[in-house]
Design a protein around this ligand. Structure first.
Ligand code: GUN
Length: 295
């Protein structure tokens, strides 16, 4: 039987409608407008596309939003100075530096420079440390989006065998940590596979919930998936060109074959992507409320 399609577009739409109401109420009752700056260094086409989506959504929700474009030869010192300026700006509640950064700029140093209280990406070690002990203030957006998709699609994570493919700091490691917490939407038994895993299929075939962030098209084929599994595809691979000249997007999962075996699956595009942006908006609204002393 073909899988149920878990639409990130639909779930994101619901959450954004809730957020829009919250933003209006914040403005009317407390004169608070959530402020977000997205800093883009250089002209990586994928990064431009991500940042454009983040800006568009923040404007639709009524945020004060700033797109700060910097040349790819900006010095690390100048970038750190810019971050410091936004750390001190009372109108800004969320600072996002789009990754990857050009060679020559120390990514870790840049992420450490963001005030953890404005780190709406959830990448600062303070926020990642809090996540690990179950005390998160700001969850990283893609893992948070995955957890929301699981919860809102009625997928029970309690005691489930979750297999995560990929161990990045942005997706694999944080989502694995989140799903093993003793918390609602978690309590899973989690395995993390990566490029040195000996028999990947032996692990993925055990998964009740399979989360794939491998960065490779068709990394997961139907023979690697258990009947009735829930499959979350985090991959965003740009391959070939459509008639309009744009690159075609595909995930890390062989969607057409796996959907015949899984109980539920996220599509690419329209799965995890819209959720990532929505979680960024949710974190920014939360930060605005914290900064205003409302929570
Ligand atoms: N690059 C790819 N995904 C992300 C993300 O979620 N946040 C930032 N800052 N950069 C990214």
């Amino acid at each position: 039987m073909a899988a149920k399609i878990i639409s990130g577009t639909e779930v994101a739409k619901q959450i954004r409608a809730e957020l829009k109401d919250e933003v209006s109420e914040l403005k009317e009752k407390h004169d608070v407008v959530p402020g977000l700056v997205t800093i883009l260094v250089g002209e990586n086409p994928a990064s431009i596309s991500y940042v454009t989506g983040k800006q568009k959504t923040s404007k639709e929700l009524g945020f004060h939003s700033i797109q700060d474009n910097q040349p790819d030869d900006i010095s690390e010192e100048k970038l750190l100075g810019l971050i410091d300026q936004y750390n001190k700006d009372p109108k800004i509640h969320g600072i996002l530096v789009q990754l990857p950064l050009p060679k020559g700029i120390n990514e870790t140093k840049v992420l450490y420079a963001i005030d953890p209280a404005k780190d709406v990406d959830g990448f600062h070690p303070v926020n990642l440390g809090k996540l690990m002990i179950g005390e998160a203030d700001y969850l990283p957006c893609t893992p948070a989006g995955i957890q929301q998709l699981l919860m809102r699609s009625g997928t029970d994570t309690n005691g489930a065998e979750v297999v995560v493919v990929g161990r990045s700091n942005i997706v694999g490691k944080p989502v694995a940590n989140m799903l093993l917490q003793k918390q609602e939407g978690a309590n899973a038994t989690v395995t993390v596979c990566h490029t040195r895993t000996k028999d990947m299929a032996a692990h993925t075939k055990r998964a009740d919930i399979l989360i794939v962030a491998a960065g490779k098209p068709k990394a997961i084929t139907a023979d690697m998936v258990k009947d009735g599994a829930v499959v979350i595809d985090v991959g965003v691979n740009r391959i070939g060109k459509t008639a309009s000249g744009k690159a075609k997007l595909c995930g890390d999962v062989d969607f057409d074959a796996v959907k015949e075996k899984a109980a539920a699956i996220t599509p690419v595009p329209g799965g995890v992507g819209p959720m990532t942006i929505t979680m960024l908006m949710m974190n920014t609204v939360k930060s605005a409320k914290v900064h205003a002393g409302l929570i």
